[in-house]
Design a protein around this ligand. Structure first.
Ligand SMILES: *Cc1c(COP(=O)(O)O)cnc(C)c1O
Length: 353
């Protein structure tokens, strides 16, 4: 079976051996306050910095998921109000989660083919945090680096938080252009689900200390205090942290991976232009995602394509949210090989051209 599902997605094939290694090395039973854990954790933080180009002065935390980050950020970095710019289901869900914690959170919805109109935004003066989804997995759009920079410059007093769940470790991100970046590992990291990574700027930690919210096991100040010694507040997913170490050691630097992913996405968009019965959902190339490609067709055809693909041992991603029935999605994640994409293209050429 080949899977192009955009999360949980294909894991690196080496993960099979790494899991056996973790067992053999006894890593699965180490206490999370032990020197061995601290060593592992410190090593992984170093590898993430090196391989993903995360600035030296940014803090890295192990959490359990992107969803958890939605809560941590609202709890620990806002007193009242965040401002959410979204165009799809994940960005919208983030706002919904936050409203349970901070009911005054505000949302702004833009279209799938639109760039965020930074100049025309109407954030309230007391906005503490601006939230964006760099790569909207639900519809295959992404927010350009320059847009993030413009937001960061326009809202200097607010923190900028970026959901990069389906782009971190897949494309090169300019971490210094925002304050908080986070991802779950079951997307571009090519690892099994159950671990999240949160990256924070120095002023994020400053804000967390100022607010000093300590009401939750995952309050950011507590995460920060534990991480001073490369520890976590709760017993973390040690197996996944170990797998991340093994995978990150073997991985090319993000610049190289970014280059390959962007090139392959351009190739895929060109390829899918050959077809007329289904077309890319996102028509504006400026906002098309490099890591999640969404194709739109009639409900009937989309259903048939997915079933037919399964008969050919190919799993395509279902549509999501508003686009659940009339789109399907293809992950362009680093763990998926070029050969697998050849098979995918062959499937489409021989069945739908
Ligand atoms: C997958 C995804 C999430 C949720 O990840 P979990 O690991 O389920 O918390 C959040 N945001 C985006 C953009 C995603 O793609």
């Amino acid at each position: 079976m080949l899977t192009f599902y955009p999360g949980p997605s294909k894991v690196y094939p080496e993960v099979r051996d790494y899991m056996a290694m973790a067992y053999d090395e006894g890593i699965l039973s180490i206490p999370h306050r032990s020197d061995r854990f601290v060593q592992l954790s410190r090593n992984v933080v170093g590898l993430l910095r090196k391989k993903l180009n995360i600035p030296q002065d940014y803090y890295i935390f192990f959490v359990s998921s992107a969803t958890e980050c939605w809560e941590i950020i609202a709890q620990s970095l806002t007193r009242k109000k965040s401002y959410h710019l979204y165009n799809g289901a994940f960005g919208e869900k983030w706002l919904q989660y936050v409203r349970k914690i901070r009911p005054e959170a505000k949302g702004f919805k833009f279209g799938v083919n639109d760039e965020i109109p930074v100049k025309d935004l109407d954030a309230d003066a007391d906005t503490e945090l601006v939230c964006i989804t760099q790569n909207e997995t639900a519809n295959g759009t992404q927010i350009k680096e320059t847009t993030i920079l413009n937001l960061f410059n326009r809202y200097r007093d607010a923190l900028v938080a970026v959901d990069a769940t389906s782009s971190m470790a897949g494309i090169s991100l300019k971490y210094i252009k925002a304050d908080i970046w986070y991802a779950s590992v079951q997307k571009c990291f090519g690892l099994p689900a159950g671990l999240g990574i949160m990256v924070c700027s120095p002023r994020t930690i400053f804000r967390a200390k100022e607010i000093n919210e300590r009401g939750h096991y995952n309050s950011l100040v507590t995460l920060y205090e534990k991480m001073l010694n490369f520890q976590t507040t709760n017993t973390p997913n040690v197996l996944n942290i170990y797998l991340m170490q093994q995978v990150m050691e073997q991985r090319a630097p993000i610049k190289t991976i970014d280059h390959d992913i962007v090139k392959r996405s351009q190739d895929l968009y060109e390829f899918f232009d050959l077809f007329t019965a289904f077309t890319p959902l996102v028509t504006n190339p400026e906002v098309r995602s490099n890591t999640v490609i969404t194709l739109q067709g009639s409900e009937k055809l989309v259903d048939e394509i997915k079933r037919n693909a399964l008969r050919h041992e190919i799993i395509l991603g279902n549509g999501y949210g508003n686009w659940a029935k009339n789109t399907f999605r293809i992950a362009n994640f680093p763990a998926i090989s070029d050969d697998e994409f050849k098979i995918l293209k062959h499937f489409f050429l021989s069945n739908y051209e």
